[in-house]
Design a protein around this ligand. Sequence first.
Ligand SMILES: NC(=O)c1ccc[n+]([C@@H]2O[C@H](COP(=O)([O-])OP(=O)(O)OC[C@H]3O[C@@H](n4cnc5c(N)ncnc54)[C@H](OP(=O)(O)O)[C@@H]3O)[C@@H](O)[C@H]2O)c1
Length: 371
Amino acid sequence: MPNILITGATGFVGGAVVEHLLRQYQGEDINLLLLVRAEDQAAGLARIKDNLEKFDLTVEQLNKISEQSILLGDLSTPEGFIQDARLDSVTHVINSAAIASFGNNPAMWRVNVDGSLAFAKRMANVKGLKRFIHVGTAMASMPDKDSVFYEDMPDNEHNEDLVQYTASKRAIENLIRQECPQLPFVVARPSIIVGHTQFGCRPSSSIFWVFLMALKLKKFTCNLDDKIDVIPVDYCAMVLVNLCLSETISHDFYHISSGEDLCTPFHEIDASVAKANNTTAIVGEYQKVSYAEFAGIRKQFKDILGPCNDKIILRAIKLYGGFAELNVKFDNQRLMDMGMPKPAAFKTYIDKCVSSTKGRSIPELMMVDFK
Ligand SMILES: NC(=O)c1ccc[n+]([C@@H]2O[C@H](COP(=O)([O-])OP(=O)(O)OC[C@H]3O[C@@H](n4cnc5c(N)ncnc54)[C@H](OP(=O)(O)O)[C@@H]3O)[C@@H](O)[C@H]2O)c1
């Protein structure tokens, strides 16, 4: 019976992974162990169930998780949980915990690199461990502007990281490869995860607010014809579980991405959001502007976006504008070769993202990405 350890299950991706496992393996024998930050088992279980409420699971499905499923622990102090004997019977790991923030969280390196390495070293000593899926991020490759990034390409060390987060994500992959050669280590790097095909942004408003903000401002730093590689979280979760539980696997590195043909042009996001809102697209009024021009109109932000801190909005424009301008696509040939389906195109579920964020302000929606 697979005994799967999942980290990050109180978050967006880890929550969707647990959702997928509970739906897919209902009634089957799998055992889940979930690393959670909490005071005690009961509080840990409550945090997991709180997150899973966003995915409309049945009581029976939720009941597969109990206090015994909870492994209390914090990656910033891994010594507090890596002695737990339950780790010795883990057969599979999906490691999605990280500080996934574009902000300057002072704990980022401690959690994403040092603590994650200590955890990987511990798991490398587990005899029955079949696979350790590490969730990276495609942006850690620091791709060139207007490029397609292929899975056999080395990371572009000559480009600079736009945020400390991508540097930390690349560093931990390299360290685990160097220091844990016996770990059955597979890196899966998702592109940009936005919403869920059924529940829209109910599980998380991560990144969707950037599109809403650009549409409200009628300006951003990219062209409307530029494309963005977006996948829904339920697709990402399905792939992670498949990569984790497949008996055999051909590579130790995969992109989870929409691939070249399904990348979404910004004008399509504009049209789809307008359709969902029953309004007209902004295409005729849209202006591509520089960050400096945005800085010049910062005092207007509150009139357009509602009460907000213009400094924070400007910082968000700088960070997310930098990524949007890249116009990069991530090739997903390895998943296609495995027979995986393609992800749903963003335009097919944008309406759900729009309806699940109705009535919420941009400053409120963006908080999730600045932890
Ligand atoms: N979202 C995207 O667009 C995207 C794209 C590419 C890759 N990824 C990768 O996907 C993974 C998950 O991201 P996400 O979007 O799901 O982020 P998220 O919603 O912020 O979830 C992060 C998870 O990590 C946990 N975590 C953070 N610090 C921890 C610590 N010190 N000890 C133990 N657990 C800790 C959080 O637990 P708490 O609830 O206790 O804070 C939460 O469960 C990350 O590795 C990220 O790099 C995400």
